[in-house]
Design a protein around this ligand. Sequence first.
Ligand SMILES: [Ca+2]
Ligand SMILES: [Ca+2]
Length: 121
Amino acid sequence: MFRTVLALSSTVLLMVSGATPAGALSSFCHPNHVCMWEHSAYFGSKYVNRLAVSGVFDIGMWDGDNEISSLSNTSNCTITLHDNDSPQSSTRHWVFLPYDDQPDLKVWGANDDAESFTVRC
Ligand SMILES: [Ca+2]
Ligand SMILES: [Ca+2]
Protein backbone atom coordinates (compact mmCIF):
# COMPACT_ATOMS: atom_id res chain seq x y z
CA MET A 1 0.00 0.00 0.00
CA PHE A 2 2.74 2.44 1.02
CA ARG A 3 4.72 1.67 -2.14
CA THR A 4 1.65 2.27 -4.26
CA VAL A 5 1.11 5.69 -2.69
CA LEU A 6 4.76 6.60 -3.19
CA ALA A 7 4.67 5.50 -6.82
CA LEU A 8 1.52 7.50 -7.44
CA SER A 9 3.03 10.56 -5.77
CA SER A 10 6.13 10.33 -7.94
CA THR A 11 4.00 10.05 -11.06
CA VAL A 12 1.98 13.09 -10.12
CA LEU A 13 5.12 15.10 -9.35
CA LEU A 14 6.65 14.16 -12.68
CA MET A 15 3.47 15.08 -14.50
CA VAL A 16 3.36 18.47 -12.79
CA SER A 17 7.01 19.27 -13.33
CA GLY A 18 6.83 18.06 -16.92
CA ALA A 19 3.94 20.40 -17.68
CA THR A 20 5.37 23.42 -15.92
CA PRO A 21 8.04 25.55 -17.59
CA ALA A 22 10.97 26.69 -15.47
CA GLY A 23 10.10 29.69 -13.35
CA ALA A 24 6.37 29.34 -13.80
CA LEU A 25 5.77 28.29 -10.20
CA SER A 26 6.83 31.73 -8.98
CA SER A 27 4.09 33.18 -11.17
CA PHE A 28 1.45 31.23 -9.24
CA CYS A 29 -0.69 33.07 -6.68
CA HIS A 30 -2.40 30.94 -4.05
CA PRO A 31 -6.18 31.25 -3.59
CA ASN A 32 -7.31 34.13 -1.36
CA HIS A 33 -3.95 35.91 -1.72
CA VAL A 34 -2.60 39.17 -3.05
CA CYS A 35 0.53 38.77 -5.18
CA MET A 36 2.71 41.34 -6.91
CA TRP A 37 5.76 40.84 -9.10
CA GLU A 38 8.82 42.77 -10.13
CA HIS A 39 8.14 42.33 -13.84
CA SER A 40 5.13 42.18 -16.12
CA ALA A 41 3.40 38.87 -16.86
CA TYR A 42 3.97 37.66 -13.26
CA PHE A 43 7.74 37.24 -13.60
CA GLY A 44 10.71 38.24 -11.49
CA SER A 45 10.69 38.50 -7.73
CA LYS A 46 7.29 38.01 -6.12
CA TYR A 47 7.67 40.90 -3.70
CA VAL A 48 4.13 40.65 -2.34
CA ASN A 49 2.61 37.29 -1.45
CA ARG A 50 0.16 37.49 1.43
CA LEU A 51 -3.18 36.19 2.58
CA ALA A 52 -5.88 38.72 1.76
CA VAL A 53 -7.05 40.34 4.98
CA SER A 54 -8.21 43.93 5.40
CA GLY A 55 -5.51 46.44 6.21
CA VAL A 56 -2.82 48.76 4.91
CA PHE A 57 0.48 47.14 3.98
CA ASP A 58 3.84 48.60 3.10
CA ILE A 59 5.85 47.31 0.18
CA GLY A 60 9.41 47.04 1.49
CA MET A 61 11.89 49.69 0.44
CA TRP A 62 14.36 47.08 -0.84
CA ASP A 63 11.68 44.52 -1.66
CA GLY A 64 9.44 46.01 -4.25
CA ASP A 65 9.05 49.75 -3.66
CA ASN A 66 8.59 51.31 -7.10
CA GLU A 67 9.22 47.98 -8.79
CA ILE A 68 5.80 46.30 -8.98
CA SER A 69 4.78 45.59 -12.58
CA SER A 70 2.10 42.90 -12.34
CA LEU A 71 -0.54 41.92 -9.81
CA SER A 72 -2.84 39.01 -9.11
CA ASN A 73 -5.73 39.18 -6.67
CA THR A 74 -7.16 35.72 -6.01
CA SER A 75 -9.45 36.94 -3.24
CA ASN A 76 -12.86 38.57 -2.94
CA CYS A 77 -11.17 41.70 -1.56
CA THR A 78 -10.49 45.01 -3.31
CA ILE A 79 -6.83 46.06 -3.65
CA THR A 80 -5.74 49.68 -3.85
CA LEU A 81 -2.15 50.51 -4.77
CA HIS A 82 -0.66 53.77 -3.44
CA ASP A 83 2.27 55.69 -4.87
CA ASN A 84 3.80 56.40 -1.46
CA ASP A 85 4.39 54.50 1.78
CA SER A 86 0.91 55.21 3.14
CA PRO A 87 -2.48 56.05 1.62
CA GLN A 88 -2.41 59.45 3.34
CA SER A 89 0.94 60.48 1.85
CA SER A 90 0.03 59.25 -1.64
CA THR A 91 -1.23 61.39 -4.49
CA ARG A 92 -2.15 58.56 -6.83
CA HIS A 93 -4.18 55.40 -6.15
CA TRP A 94 -5.17 52.48 -8.35
CA VAL A 95 -8.11 50.27 -7.40
CA PHE A 96 -8.31 46.63 -8.50
CA LEU A 97 -11.42 44.55 -8.04
CA PRO A 98 -11.77 41.09 -6.49
CA TYR A 99 -10.29 38.26 -8.57
CA ASP A 100 -8.50 40.72 -10.84
CA ASP A 101 -5.36 39.77 -12.75
CA GLN A 102 -3.17 42.56 -14.08
CA PRO A 103 -0.25 41.26 -16.16
CA ASP A 104 1.03 44.75 -16.99
CA LEU A 105 0.39 47.74 -14.73
CA LYS A 106 1.63 50.09 -17.49
CA VAL A 107 -1.92 49.92 -18.83
CA TRP A 108 -3.04 51.91 -15.77
CA GLY A 109 0.04 54.14 -15.45
CA ALA A 110 0.94 52.25 -12.28
CA ASN A 111 4.08 50.45 -13.43
CA ASP A 112 6.95 50.74 -10.91
CA ASP A 113 5.00 53.29 -8.85
CA ALA A 114 3.40 51.36 -5.97
CA GLU A 115 4.94 51.73 -2.51
CA SER A 116 2.07 50.43 -0.36
CA PHE A 117 -1.40 48.97 -0.74
CA THR A 118 -4.73 48.68 1.01
CA VAL A 119 -6.82 45.50 1.15
CA ARG A 120 -10.56 45.85 1.77
CA CYS A 121 -12.48 42.62 2.31
CA1 LIG B 1 9.14 46.47 -12.45
CA1 LIG C 1 7.00 51.12 0.75
